[in-house]
Design a protein around this ligand. Sequence first.
Ligand code: NAD
Ligand code: UDP
Length: 310
Amino acid sequence: MRVLVTGGAGFLGSHLCDRLLEDGHEVICLDNLFTGRKRNIVHLLGNPYFEFVRHDVIDPFKFEVDWIFNLACPASPPHYQYNPIKTIKTSVVGSINCLGLAKRVGARVFQASTSEVYGDPEQHPQPESYWGNVNTTGLRSCYDEGKRCAETLFFDYHRQNGVDIRVVRIFNTYGPRMLANDGRVVSNFIVQALKGEDITVYGDGQQTRSFCYFSDLIEGFMRLMSQDEITGPVNIGNPGEFTMLELAENVLKLVDTKSKIVHRDLPSDDPKQRQPDISLAKAKLGWEPKVPLAEGLKPTIDYFRKDLGL
Ligand code: NAD
Ligand code: UDP
C-alpha cells in the first residue's frame, strides 16, 4: 500500500515510517520540521519506497494514497505553547485536509489523538467512554481542544461522508528520537541526569503519568489500522502508573550521576493523574504493552547519551 504519514519526521512518526517500510509499504512522509528533524529519517532517504515532502499540514496537499496517518502536531507543552494559535490550526485545519484527501481518494485515515482529551480527569483510570474535564481557555487548551475538535471532525466526516476512520488516544509515550530539548518529562529527567544537572520535578511530584514505550505504541497503531471492526477512539498506553518522583528515582537508579531532585512550580492546568483503561484495545485488537518502564528507559538513556555526545 501507499501510505502518507503527516508528522513523519517526528519522534513517533519516524518510528511509524520505519515500521511501514519494514512491512512492505511505500511511505510518503510529510512534515514541516517544526519539532521533527531530518536526522530521524536520514537512514530512509536512500530508500526508493520512501519520499520526504517538506510541507505544512495546514496547506492543502494531494497524494494518491491508500492509508493516511495524521500525526502532525507538536506534542510537548513548551512546543505546543510556543505558538498556540498555530497549534490549534495544525490540529483542526490539518485534520480537515487529511479527511478531505481521504474522502477524495477513498483512503483509510488515522488520527493520533491523545489522553489530553480527558483533561484533568475525574474518573480513574480513563476509559474511552469518559468525556473528560478540559479547560477551554487555559495554556494547554490549544492542544487539548484542538485534538478534541479533530476527533469531532473525524466522526463527522465518517457519519456525513462515509470516510473510513481510525482514532487512537495516545497516553504518554517515550523512547529514542525524542528531542533532548523536547521539554517532556522523560527526556528532561534523562538529559538532566546525563549532564549532572538538577532533576526538575514540577510541584510536589505526586502527580502521575503512565508511560508507554514507542514500540508497543506503534504495534497498537498497526493493529487498529489493519482491522475492519472498530473505528475507535481506542486508548493505547501502558497502564503502569508512576508519580513524577518515582520516575525521577527510576532515572537516577539507571544513570551514574551527581544530579539531585529539585522542585519547580507546577505549570497551570497540569493533570493530577492519568492512567489508560486498555480493556477495549485488549478485547478488540488483542493488544497490550510488553515493555515495562524500567526496561524502556535503558535504550532511551543510551540514545540520549549518544545524541548528546557524552
Ligand atoms: P513530535 O513533536 O516529535 O512530532 C510531531 C511532528 O509533527 C514533528 O515532526 C513536527 O515537525 C510535525 N509538525 C508539527 N506541526 C506541523 C505542521 N503544521 N505541518 C507539518 N508537520 C508538522 O511529537 P510525537 O511525540 O512524535 O507526537 C506525534 C503525534 O502523536 C502528535 O500528533 C501528538 O499530538 C500525538 N501524541 C503523542 C504523545 C506522546 O506521548 N508522544 C501522546 C499523545 C499524543
Ligand atoms: N514534569 C516535571 N518536570 C519536567 C517536565 C515535566 O515534573 O521537567 C511533569 C509535568 O508537570 C507533568 C508530568 O511531568 O506533571 C508530565 O509532563 P509532560 O510534559 O511530559 O506531559 P503531559 O503533562 O503533557 O502529560
